[in-house]
Design a protein around this ligand. Structure first.
Ligand code: SF4
Length: 282
């Protein structure tokens, strides 16, 4: 249940990850799981880790006894609050277990269902023990970050068919902020030629600021394996004129060339400076 990283993630600062489910009902076209062994079936076949809480409790107890506290990201390769969670309450059970052993958490979600668990998250926020080197830098034991790839409702419907709309995610994000949570916006992935124009980047950062985000992350699209084929199929159906542009951009690697990334990074830095928005958690 509990995956320990060899090294802390530079961006999300997590030392551990927990993925309550395998696969994801939201079925985003760009999801990197499409390129993995789960292929195209992530939205139609997913597995529930049934003995999760017993295993997790044992693992956290051992880590806590050794003082190995670190931020736990929930989740890195599934959505912790997909519709099935409403009934199964596995993520809620995980959070209660995490609370018992006082580990800090970082929720990464696109779902409104996170609101159900604000009571447990509030307790975690108060009592979690941060790793020593983060104690002077971070004042929260719970971080809630929302992922968006576009603000355009139509593009979101095409590329994130099972997920709540961007406007709904922003509403939930604001609600978390209103409840004094430490909240971030993951603008990941930025979609080439669909959400990467200067005005679109600026609108996203300005919106993050307006809803009270404490920080943003911005990341490029990666496409590989069957995930790349699926993405191109969707492009061909909805934006055929973009296919040659994508083929050029992704001709050599599974991610855009360094110049594209450098330009995006520079633009984001400039926009974040303009709006007084922090890039990264600390
Ligand atoms: S919500 Fe996240 S895990 Fe689920 S399909 Fe979308 S990108 Fe993948």
């Amino acid at each position: 249940m509990l995956n320990k990283h060899k090294k802390r993630d530079d961006w999300f600062l997590d030392d551990y990850t927990i993925n309550p489910y395998q696969g994801c009902e939201f079925n985003c076209v760009y999801c990197y799981i499409h390129g993995s062994k789960y292929g195209e079936r992530i939205g139609t076949r997913f597995a529930v880790k049934e003995n999760a809480l017993t295993v997790l409790s044992r693992q956290l107890k051992n880590r806590a006894r050794r003082g190995e506290y670190g931020i736990i990201a929930i989740s890195s390769s599934t959505e912790p609050y997909m519709p099935v969670e409403k009934e199964l309450k596995l993520t809620r059970g995980i959070l209660k277990t995490v609370l018992r052993y006082r580990f800090p958490v970082e929720i990464i979600t696109k779902s409104s269902l996170v609101l159900r668990d604000l009571d447990v998250l509030e307790e975690i926020d108060k009592v979690a023990i941060l790793p020593e080197d983060l104690q002077g830098k971070l004042r929260h034991g719970a971080i809630i970050s929302f992922s968006l790839s576009t603000l355009d409702e139509e593009i979101a419907r095409i590329f994130e068919p099972g997920a709540p709309s961007p406007v709904e995610r922003l509403r939930v994000m604001k609600k978390c902020k209103d409840n004094n949570f430490f909240v971030g916006l993951n603008f990941i992935p930025v979609l080439p030629f669909l959400s990467d124009e200067r005005e679109q980047l600026e609108e996203m950062i300005k919106t993050a600021k307006d809803v009270g985000a404490d920080y943003v992350f911005v990341g490029v699209l990666t496409l590989f394996g069957t995930g790349k084929e699926l993405y191109y199929k969707v492009l061909e159906k909805h934006f055929p004129e973009l296919v040659p542009k994508y083929k050029k951009l992704f001709r050599a690697f599974s991610y855009p060339p360094r110049e594209y990334q450098a330009k995006l990074e520079a633009t984001i830095k400039e926009i974040c400076k303009k709006y007084g928005m922090k890039i990264g958690i600390v």
